[in-house]
Ligand binder design. Structure first.
Ligand code: ATP
Ligand code: MG
Length: 363
């Protein structure tokens, strides 16, 4: 079976370091591994509209921002097909059919959707499109016959929902759809990177992000004012590293060679953590180290982005070509789905002949 990746992001803002460690970095590695037959990367504008229906301009403006962030991180359109969800109407058709295979109570149980509903104050009136977006995500994944979906931990319930739909569909209509596997980051800190405010998840909608396109100075300021251990007041106080965002980011980003380069008094992160826990190590020193590590990672991305920002028309052309390619692939799957569901009346000569024969016999 072909090895195919489908993944994507909502164009609700520029991409941040949570996207980077949760999915984007891995995608680039997988892309460059040459192990995959096809890689589809989707800018999920239709999904972004499920909770931004009153702000289409935000979604429209951010499509290019996401594309720029992708390419700045190393997504190469020659190796990966980047496309825009709304331009592939086949995905809506698949969604319609899949909606019949899912119950409302099952959708309401989705823990990620539940917490997003709370976060968006949708409790009193949930847009139906928002409640059902995991079904549309199942359409996205299956349309491209994806075998692997590299995403952050918050996407686990979506992949689970997709697998259920695939099994239900194949059970009723015969083997048609491919069951995808989730690929989570290996590094625990990257599963769900917290925001700079210490909140559970860095998220465009929560205003607690370090963006990949932030200037050097913005990154420094955000790091220096980051949430740490609220009980670590004096340098001499013993500190906690669990739930301390600065250390979580170091878990996600630092490598042994960074210590040699920027903090040679410590061999590795374990030593630094041990010192912090016993007391005598100030937040400022740790934050300065984190800043050096982050700047090293982000500088090349920022530089590449600056160049790409001068090529906007070419990037739109690339997206257009990506949409055409994605549309062709999705149309193929939709045809198979319709055949399996027996909604291919005009392609089925035997159906017409049989029905005619039935009436002819009665004469
Ligand atoms: P929104 O607030 O609009 O939902 P978001 O910041 O949650 O935006 P998405 O576009 O929903 O971003 O997520 C895109 C991808 O990035 C998904 O694979 C998701 O798992 C991953 N991701 C998002 N935030 C994080 C995070 N803080 N840590 C790890 N992965 C993340
Ligand atoms: Mg999200």
């Amino acid at each position: 079976m072909a090895k195919i990746i489908l993944t994507g992001d909502r164009p609700t803002g520029r991409l941040h370091i949570g996207h980077y460690v949760g999915s984007l970095k891995r995608r680039v590695e997988l892309q460059n591994s040459g192990e995959f037959d096809k890689i589809y990367i989707m800018i999920a504008d239709a999904q972004a509209l499920t909770d931004n229906a009153d702000n289409p301009e935000k979604v429209r403006q951010n499509v290019i921002e996401v594309a720029l962030d992708y390419m700045a991180c190393g997504i190469d359109p020659a190796k990966s097909t980047i496309f825009i969800q709304s331009q592939i109407p086949e995905l809506c058709e698949l969604t319609t059919f899949y909606l019949n295979l899912v119950t409302v109570s099952r959708l309401q149980r989705n823990p990620t959707v539940k917490s997003e509903i709370k976060m968006r104050d949708f409790e009193a009136s949930i847009p139906a499109g928002f409640l059902t977006y995991p079904v549309s995500q199942a359409a996205d994944i299956t349309a491209f016959k994806a075998t692997v979906v590299p995403v952050g931990e918050d996407q686990m319930p979506m992949i689970e929902q997709t697998r259920e739909i695939v099994n239900r569909f194949n059970g009723i209509y015969g083997e048609t759809l491919v069951e995808p596997e989730i690929l989570l980051p290996d590094n625990k800190a990257c599963l769900r990177l917290p925001g700079t405010d210490g909140k559970a998840k860095m998220s465009k909608s929560l205003n607690n992000c370090i963006y990949l396109s932030d200037s050097e100075e913005d990154v420094r300021k955000k790091i220096m004012s980051m949430y740490t251990d609220p009980d670590h007041i004096k340098v001499s106080d013993p500190g906690k590293v669990e739930g301390n965002t600065v250390f979580t980011y170091l878990d996600a980003f630092s490598k042994p060679e960074h210590f040699e380069k920027y903090l040679p008094d410590y061999k590795d992160l374990d030593e630094l953590k041990a010192h912090y826990m016993r007391g005598g190590l100030g937040d400022v020193k740790v934050k300065k180290f984190l800043n050096a590590v982050m700047q090293e990672e982000l500088a090349p991305i920022r530089e590449r982005r600056k160049q790409l920002e001068q090529q906007i028309p070419e990037i739109y052309e690339m997206l257009k070509a990506g949409c055409a390619e994605a549309k062709a692939a999705a149309a193929e799957t939709l045809k198979e789905v319709k055949d399996a569901m027996k909604i291919n009346y005009f392609d089925d000569a035997s159906l017409i002949a049989e029905q005619q024969a039935k009436y002819s016999e009665q004469q």
